[in-house]
Write a protein that binds this ligand. Structure first.
Ligand SMILES: Cc1cc2nc3c(=O)[nH]c(=O)nc-3n(C[C@H](O)[C@H](O)[C@H](O)COP(=O)(O)O)c2cc1C
Length: 220
């Protein structure tokens, strides 16, 4: 049977989810990097994610993001496109309650994997329990059941034993726990250097060739 792909780029896609933990800038950096590497990206931002973005990045401040966002998706995309200088037609913004989305199902074969960055402890907990109440949780559940790549970038410090148990449970289920912890061997000069390092580490883990961060070369 013929599959109904919208475009060639959409054939190879990733899901990027931004939840309500500190560091949404990492999520937007990954969105831009994947688009620059010719992938189509499905972007989901949780309701709490919008709260943190408004506070940390001063984005979407004039939008009421507390309700259904389907009618606001063009405005949300425009703001992302303008701030991060990325192509508008290479990503789709999906409301976190849009459970009818194709990525909510294992039949979305064009999706190669998913990254939740930053990932709140709330989302870690719900995904670890298989509690798929929104599209972020459901798409994560699909990644695990389909044995596709699911990278979770948890943001909290310190971790309590509940956080650690949930992350152990996720790693045992096949997820990769990749905390956005910077290295200093590459002598970062700016916050951008730190963001690029984490973005590059994620791309490496997805198997996407990149040279956006300085690798440890070792001593002879
Ligand atoms: C400004 C702000 C920053 C937050 N930072 C974190 C954080 O770094 N890690 C975390 O686990 N929760 C953080 N929270 C709490 C979560 O947003 C909250 O638990 C929320 O219910 C998570 O929902 P979500 O997982 O659906 O995004 C923060 C909340 C706010 C308002």
């Amino acid at each position: 049977m013929e599959e109904n792909f919208q475009s060639e780029t959409e054939r190879l896609s990733y899901i990027v989810a931004i939840t309500g933990a500190s560091g949404a800038i990492f999520g937007f950096s990954l969105l831009k990097a994947l688009i620059n590497h010719s992938y189509f990206v499905y972007l989901i931002i949780s309701k709490a994610g919008f709260k943190v973005i408004k506070d940390e990045l001063r984005m979407f401040v004039n939008l009421d993001t507390s309700g259904n966002l389907i009618n606001l998706s063009d405005k949300i995309k425009d703001e992302i496109v303008n701030k991060f200088e990325i192509y508008n037609d290479r990503f789709a913004f999906l409301d976190e309650m849009f459970l009818e989305a194709k990525i909510a199902s294992g039949s979305a074969k064009q999706v190669k994997g998913m990254v939740i960055i930053p990932c709140s402890m709330g989302s870690v907990s719900r995904i670890a329990c298989g509690n798929s109440g929104n599209l972020i949780e459901r798409a994560s559940d699909v990644m695990l059941k389909e044995r596709k790549k699911l990278i979770i970038c948890p943001r909290e410090t310190p971790f309590n034993d509940i956080h650690l148990k949930n992350m152990l449970s996720l790693t045992n289920s096949g997820a990769v726990i990749l905390p956005p912890i910077p290295a200093f061997y590459n002598k970062p000069q700016s916050i951008d250097d730190v963001i690029s390092f984490i973005t590059g580490k994620i791309l490496d883990n997805l198997g996407v060739e990149n040279d956006i961060y300085m690798r440890w070369k070792g001593y002879d």
